[in-house]
Design a binder for this molecule. Sequence first.
Ligand code: FES
Length: 139
Amino acid sequence: MQNDLRIADHPILDIQKGRQISFQFNSRTITAYKGETIAAAFYASGVRIFSRSFKYHRPRGLFCMAGHCSNCLMRVDGVPNVRVCREPARQGSVVMSQNAWPSLKFDLAALDLAHGGSEIKQAHAQAMEHLAENRPIAD
Ligand code: FES
């Protein structure tokens, strides 16, 4: 885990931390403070990619931080499409990324589209055709 990136001391704001809690994010343990949102805890832990765009699977970070966009949608305790910028962190929660495989950092769907998705599909179709034509016939 990276260093804690939270603001520890501020000349104007009185920053108070609640009790320390932890939850799981894609098999990783994230530390949060009671009262923080899931997104704030992620950001403090160095997480910068929160989702992937629906069409091209481009990485998406926090944008509005007010629950008005779709950049931070995740599955929280089995509930899909939760906006984690508005969702409080809870002890023992399980948070999973969605719309990306195998991970948010490396999404195969983005690779496919970025490198000519139609060419990959065409190569796959040709390989299947070749297999069908050259498959040994069973007696
Ligand atoms: S960052 Fe926009 S809804 Fe969470």
